[in-house]
Structure formats: C-alpha cells, structure tokens
Ligand binder design. Sequence first.
Ligand SMILES: Nc1ncnc2c1ncn2[C@@H]1O[C@H](COP(=O)(O)OP(=O)(O)OP(=O)(O)O)[C@@H](O)[C@H]1O
Length: 264
Amino acid sequence: MMNKHPAAVEAEGLKVTRGGRTVLDGLGFTIPHGKITGLLGPSGCGKSTLMRALVGSQAHVTGTLTVLGRPAGHRDLRPRVGYVTQAPSVYTDLTARQNLDYYAAVLGIHRRDRAAQVERALHDVDLTSHADALAGAMSGGQRGRVSLAVALLGEPELLVLDEPTVGLDPVLRRDLWKLFHRLADERGATVLVSSHVMDEAERCHRLLLLRDGRLLADDTPEALRSSTGADTVEEAFLHLVDQAKADESRTEASTAAPTEATPR
Ligand SMILES: Nc1ncnc2c1ncn2[C@@H]1O[C@H](COP(=O)(O)OP(=O)(O)OP(=O)(O)O)[C@@H](O)[C@H]1O
C-alpha cells in the first residue's frame, strides 16, 4: 500500500528548550517509512529530548514536527506509535504476561485479540519462557525486554526506542537488532533507535548524527563513510565533529575580528 505521506517523520526548524536552555536547535530531517533509522550522538546531545518531542511528551517544542501525517503528540497517534524509554516502565509486582495483558487493555486492544498479541510480543522479545515470572524478580535486561514487548502491542507503525541495548550482553544485543530488522523488513514498521555505541550505527539503514542539539549528518552509513573518507561510522562522526568545530572557530574569529580591529 502506498503511504499518503512520503516520510514517517518530518521535522523542520525543530527547536526545544529545557530549563531555559536550547537543547535542540532548529533541526530539519525526515525519517523514511519501513526502515531502521539510528539516532546517534554523545551523551547529552539531545537524543532523548528529540524522542520525547516525537511522542509528544516534551514541553517547549517549536517548529514543525509531523509524525505519520499528524502533528507529533496527536491523540490519534497513541496506538500507532510505540515508545520505550531508557528506564523500563513495568509493574514490578506483576508478571511479564500480566504487565502485557494490562497494557493491552489500556491500549484498547480488543479482548478477542489480546491473548494472541501478548503471546506474540513475548515471543518477539524472547521472553515466552519467563512470561510468568514477576517483573520485579527479573534482571534489568529482562525488564527492558518486557518494556519493549509492551511497545510492540497493537503492532505500531512507528517504534521509538531510547537506547534499548544499553547494558545488554552481546548475544542479547545481536538478537534485539535481528528483531528490529524483522520488524522493519517483514512487518513494515519504521524503527527509530537511539544509541551512543557507534558500532550499532552500521546496523541501521539511515543515521541521524546529533551533536550539541544540532544535526551533523542525515544519511546512510555507507554514504557517511564515503563522503568523509572514513572506514567506520565512528571515524566519520569524529571527522564531522572536527569539521563542525573548525567551522565554529572560523565563524567566531570572523565575527570577533572587526570589533577588535575597530579603534576606540
Ligand atoms: N529535565 C531537564 N531539565 C533541563 N535540562 C534537561 C533536562 N533533561 C535533560 N536536560 C538537558 O537537555 C540536554 C539533552 O538531554 P538528553 O537527555 O536529550 O540527551 P541524550 O543525548 O539523550 O543523553 P544520554 O545519551 O545521556 O541519554 C542535556 O544537556 C541535558 O542536560
């Protein structure tokens, strides 16, 4: 089926202030449908803030931010967008299955479809064998996967995943990336996943590289490597950071020069 809107997400002049400080500064980008887009950048560069803006939970957002053809945060988007925050949001006194049953009911998934959806989500995150364990008795990684399973309920068109692989062992990380690819390739979901681990960038179809609330690049991993002459995305990122710093100091020097040269 053709999508009415060419991109799953479109941002223009997107600006966010937090605590009176500009933390996203005039971002413009698109996120294509049915692909995995990685949102990468150092700690504090604004990844979570951007994700919060996308799901409509961030205050002080200006500019244009369109998600699946609606303004970000529109109530119609609620069942169409799955969001996983960095901190697992599950009830520790319920089992994994009970958590999912509860969220399925909250999401308004029809009673008839609920059990199948819950089992599928448990299977997706490889927690079927732990379905009846209390979330409170699970490891951090397992609780994170329950949170992810919650986001998969109702088969959302867009998944917004904030650092879902942090703290996971390499096997679990690899399995999660396989799942993200299955969701995009087989179910047509659009996946936006943040990370500050650059080797994960190579697993994405597209990348948004952020630094200090500004977009350094919006491209494929291959194009980024070739345009910067780098062997890895990490090297490409460092190259772009150096270039941005050099541009900034040139701009500062050129704006400072006339003032210094002007006699009093
Ligand atoms: N509640 C808040 N009030 C004021 N400023 C905040 C608040 N939360 C975050 N910030 C600031 O906003 C900026 C962006 O933070 P954000 O959490 O989006 O970064 P991030 O890239 O997701 O970082 P990390 O990778 O460490 O999660 C940071 O400079 C941070 O200090």
